[in-house]
Design a binder for this molecule. Sequence first.
Ligand code: ADP
Ligand code: ZN
Length: 762
Amino acid sequence: MDWFREHSPQVAKVLIDGPKEMVCDYGIPETLTSQIKIGARVWVSLRDRKVSGTVLLIENQSEESTFNVKPIDALIDKSTVIPENLMQLGRWMADYYLAPMEQVMRALLPHVVRADKNQAKLQQQVRWQWGAIDKFTLEQKDAWEKLEKRSPKQYILVNLILQTDKPFLVTELLKLSGASRATLKGLETKGMISIEQVAIRRDPEAQVETIESAPKELNEQQLNAVTLIKQSIDESANARVQPILLQGVTGSGKTEVYLQSAAHVLAQGESTLILVPEIALTPQTVGRFKSRFLSILGNLEEVAVLHSGLSDGERFDEWHRIERGQARVVIGARSAIFAPIQNLGLIVVDEEHEGSYKQESSPRYQARDVAVMRGYMEQCPVVLGSATPSLESIANVQAGKYQIIELTKRIDGSYLPLIQLVDMRLEASKIKGEAMIAEPLRIAIDERLEKQEQIILFLNRRGFSKAVMCTSCGEKVNCAHCSISMTYYRTDDMLRCHCCGYQSLVPKICSECGERASVYHGFGTERVEEALRKIFPTARIARLDTNVTQRKHALRDTLDAFRTRKLDILLGTQMIAKGLDFPGVTLVGILNADVSLHMPDFRSSERTFQLLTQVAGRAGRGDLAGEVMIQTYMPHHPAIQYARHHDVHAFAAQELQARKMFKYPPYLHLALVHVSSLKQEHGQLLSEHIHKALEAKLPQGVWMGQPHIPLMSKIDNRYRYQIMIRTNKISQIQTWLSQTLSRFDTGQESRIVIDIDPYNLI
Ligand code: ADP
Ligand code: ZN
């Protein structure tokens, strides 16, 4: 210990990996002083065990601490250091979302990068050592001649190596020449070549061909937008700038604005981050971005695309490429907000209203909001783009916190599509049942098929039927573990729970009344596909939903076929609502516009409005006029009426008024305390105890509801309870919540989860 006191004046606060939040002090050995930084990953000993952790802070050692700190044992990996800017962002997240720092760390550092292994893929590479032939020394000339006479195999090999400037991989070279490893080794012994280990990038996009696309000449509105964003980029060098909301109707060319703004940033040597919803990470969207960056940068070496489909190796390589500054353009879904980019010059959040930016497991962050915070911390402009901005962002514009730029016209001068409502109540009374495709829509489809134009049909439900129902007593087959009905799949004649994934056979008799009679209730994409094939037997039809796209390349192949007009009708869920751009589509049908309206959630109107507007935006993007048909049982609902008239501003105005009146975001913050338990009584009791404890210290101005059972009262065998809290400022409730809740020991059966700014209320 004396040694230690003399040699190291500093201690590191290390966050130990593991579910328990534990931070301990360790000394920094002299041999490591230059390498231990905030964010470094280290090995330390904890009660005689070797454990891994992350350095959170480095402090000067106080007198008392000198005697009981142990030194850090070793660095896990020199190259794995969470950059300082991300550590700062992480600390903000832990405070704001009341998330354990350890879980925040997991979000900051992908699992495979955290692991105690250098996962780089190493290969041997041959490098020529002697320079040009005409500059050989006498000695080298001599050796060269000898080689030619006495070792013909080596001579051939050398000539092959000299043919290109690029270093060969050993495996490639041996394959090409047919020479043996020993022959090559001989050259190394002679000093002509060296063989070195290099990391080979595993490129997730290696198979994809990209064609350059030159910048387009901007229209007036786009030019105005790009000018303002560039201005903001330039100003941000010296001052903090406000986030910008880019509100542009579907087809107004927002992507072109992002791309030209990004080009400005890259030209200044800075980096750019583009977030898109996971669902929009289709080959088409990614391809559009890559084409442009190829033309700006000359190659795609500096572009990293992050999504959930990457292998561990690919993810590892991309993280390190970004961290080393080799990739200056990052395109990715939610978690890409934590990409270790340095020198960030612009963050774009496309489709900023999308619910999928919210992470539904700890740390429960909202990537758009984290993006705004990251931009603030790193003094970098943030552009939030959408045709249907979230009410949060609109309110931020009204409060003067964000700037707004509007694109009100479609690029090609085409009009927004004409939207017609099909009143399904009339249809239902005509056919005495639930219709899938009403007559007006059927006629419209027929007309397009006749004219060889294309059709997109949207239905927000997978499977064949929503439920299997007993015709005798009306009972539906429910999941054994959750409080929802099971969805029927005809392809394999099975029932599946969309909540927990549980599968079962269709019961022969009703569990309630013992009768044998059952019917399919409601419809999903499978059933509609079947019906379409019957009604339009000659049409070429494809279905896209998550069941189909589990097959590799199914998404890319289907979209390609649709684009090249090998398909007439594309039927799909959510995944066809976003970002797709097919000029041949002149009709979009929305089969069940009401599904999302029935959710007991204050955002259900907003979600419905956004979805309808986005889906409708897929129509009429080419020279031909587009038409949209919305099938609904609630034709007078404001969300549907405003969508019909493309009136984003009026919808927002009315909805904001309602939110203000009923005290909902964006005028207040919500926090939800989720309690769940395997035992119903435990869950109920625990939620009541928690409520009591919170009530005893309720801060002024904070409102708290009674514990209640949400719509999904049981998920995966866990009984659920919620307590809703409303507050003007998150800072008012942070200490209160974390201190009160930390006193509860939930045991094995129960869980308490806090969700700040929740998206999912059911
Ligand atoms: P948004 O994202 O606003 O819905 P897009 O970015 O998809 O709109 O643009 C719609 C189409 O218009 C795309 O095919 C795009 O390539 C094209 N486009 C965008 N800007 C221009 C422009 N200035 N000139 C010509 N075509 C453009
Ligand atoms: Zn279930």
